[in-house]
Design a protein around this ligand. Sequence first.
Ligand code: DLL
Length: 433
Amino acid sequence: MLYDVSNETMPREELEALQLTRLKAMVEKVYYNVPFYQNRFNEMDIRPEQIRSLDDLKYLPFTEKQDLRNNYPFGLFAVPRDNVVRVHASSGTTGKATVVGYTQRDVNTWAELMARSLMCAGASRRDIVHNAYGYGLFTGGLGMHYGVERLGATILPISGGGTRRQVMLMRDFGSTILCSTPSYALFLYESILAAGMSIEDLKLHTGIFGAEPWSEKMRSEIESKLQIKALDIYGLSEIMGPGVGMECCDAQDGLHIWEDHFLIEIIDPETGEQLPLGESGELVITTITKEAQPLIRYRTRDITRIEAIPCRCGRTHRRISRIQGRSDDMLIIRGVNVFPQQIETILLETQGVAPHYQLILTRQGSLDMLEVKVEVDEKLFSDEIRHLQRIEAKIQKNIKEFLGVTAKVTLSEPQSIERSEGKAKRIIDLRNS
Ligand code: DLL
């Protein structure tokens, strides 16, 4: 089922014509309304009227997270502050928060795109949506909330935390869709068992998971434990929030980016050059309908590729593959590039190991050291020490063989790694402390 048939299945030629009209208007708008962009364009000797085709996008300047920080808090607004009805912010670990503003029309568009995403995940008016994304400055909670209401389904705005109560209400209300980070979904599963309940007590059929990187293995783990269909949702505050892209329940193979509102490119993160369709690199997004805070060629730092083949669901909007990691999360361990999800895949292929882990980086002299700390399940933990050592050695061997790095593997007892109610903190980098 489609929420917005004419837009979701628009023939590519028509879609591209629409994109070009919107891009031209957007470029003009930022040039005349945002001093930051006017300066950038002038420095690069570009005028809005020089953008004549979608291909000309590559001549425009990039926008980076630092540019948002430098213009903190409202310096990138393209409308008077009075027209801004909502502000969200994401707090990085370093520096100032990144602020985003929305006009009433932006909030409406977001609700529409979230309703579209929900239906793409198979949701309908009949669903009860348990929304465990955090409410507040984080875009996850409110973004999902407005989308569910727009669709006409029932929202439970539970937010994060209070896990025992979450589980109880999920059962009592007969929630059918769970929205949370993938790591929190697993935590909820443990809490269901800890509360003496079983999956049969619940009516969940679908999970809409995102906000942090996860792997295909993690998907299988969640699907078999919670007995649901687990779908991937992508978004980032700078661009809108959740709902920039959504995997469809029909193909469950990559995330449709809503291209009537966002232009996507893949670039080489080192050189900034555009890469051909199908190649992996950094995702760059241009907003073409945003009013309050449009962004031109925003460098997401997320690594993915654009699927060249159209999806069998009938939507014409291109798909990106599951986010493979972030260029700034990519661990460079003695010169080898490793993404945390690659380690996650190896861990989850190992019997007896639980999907809770941490990667700890330290430096000895000038050498990087990687420790992989992973929980084992109850059964294995009570096993002989020799057996545990064999598992450690096996994981170590697989990491070496598949990723080419040497890691120290530490099995730790069940429940010993801290659970997160939002984004999981999996990397502890102590190299510069
Ligand atoms: O995480 C928005 C969101 C909320 C998306 C709820 C999905 C569901 P930020 O806090 O600004 O916004 O973080 C954005 O999170 O650049 C990615 O690195 C990461 N991310 C988001 N979704 C996914 C995903 C929200 N499905 C940053 N897979 C992005 C992998 C994701 N990483």
